[in-house]
Design a protein around this ligand. Sequence first.
Ligand code: NDP
Ligand code: 8X3
Length: 257
Amino acid sequence: MGKTILITGATAGFGEATARRFAAEGWRVIITGRRRDRLDALKRELQGLHGPLEGGNVHALRFDVRDNAEVERAFASLPDEWRNIDLLVNNAGLAAGLDPIQTGSMDDWNAMLDTNVKGLLHVSRAVIPGMIARGKGHIVNIGSVAGKEVYPKGNVYCASKHAVDALSKAMRQDLLPHGIKVTQIAPGLAETEFSMVRFKGDERLAKVPYQGMQPLRGDDIANLVWFAATLPAHVCINDLVVTPTAQASSTQVHRQA
Ligand code: NDP
Ligand code: 8X3
């Protein structure tokens, strides 16, 4: 039986690109997210890409990572042939708003901390025991350059990604005796639905971060997940910071006029 990847947030951006990449390579792909219509459409598209695999090559699970009971129910519903997850990509996440700390919205803060930190923990807690029982597995956490340095008005988003940075290191330590690899990928500016979500559908504001420069794309991150996942068993990338060529740090971006 081929290898199985579970991706959180596979309905858009990095997660969707990663699902496409691994399905094209013949992996069995569990796609997850909240938007049922997107999950169904992606499943239809990817199914059978590489001929029929036993039990199919794509399985969709709809859940909100913030709700631990929903996460547990979703995992309990997995058919036996989908339970052996070789690679978990903790990707679901968001930035909400870009405000100074004194005027930030409590709803935005809760959304970011509940999704980016607690959501990652909920899903990891559901997957890790199976990996330990099998004595192998790989977890890829999608952090951010915002988890390496803070930038003005990034406050709570940056804090949530610093938590992902810390949890990635902590997982690496705790899972070391179990032969489970842990990799953090920390991207810089990437044009996905991220900015539309951050600015709540305001297209004009959403375009601003990418003006005059070439941002990363979903495929760029999917390629890195693939690279990290296909290294020899004795090699583990612990931390991978990747930015557009035009970006040196969160606050240093070279823009063409
Ligand atoms: P997108 O907005 O394009 O995709 C985000 C994905 O996360 C969607 O599939 C969304 O699915 C899912 N998601 C969000 N909230 C939840 C939730 N509560 N439960 C389940 N799924 C959820 O953004 P990106 O692809 O850019 O972002 C992916 C990750 O990469 C995030 O963690 C983000 O912080 C990080 N990142 C992004 C960068 C960028 O510049 N784009 C740079 C660095 C890191 P649905 O809405 O269907 O639930
Ligand atoms: C996303 C990159 O710079 O918008 O994590 O925080 S940034």
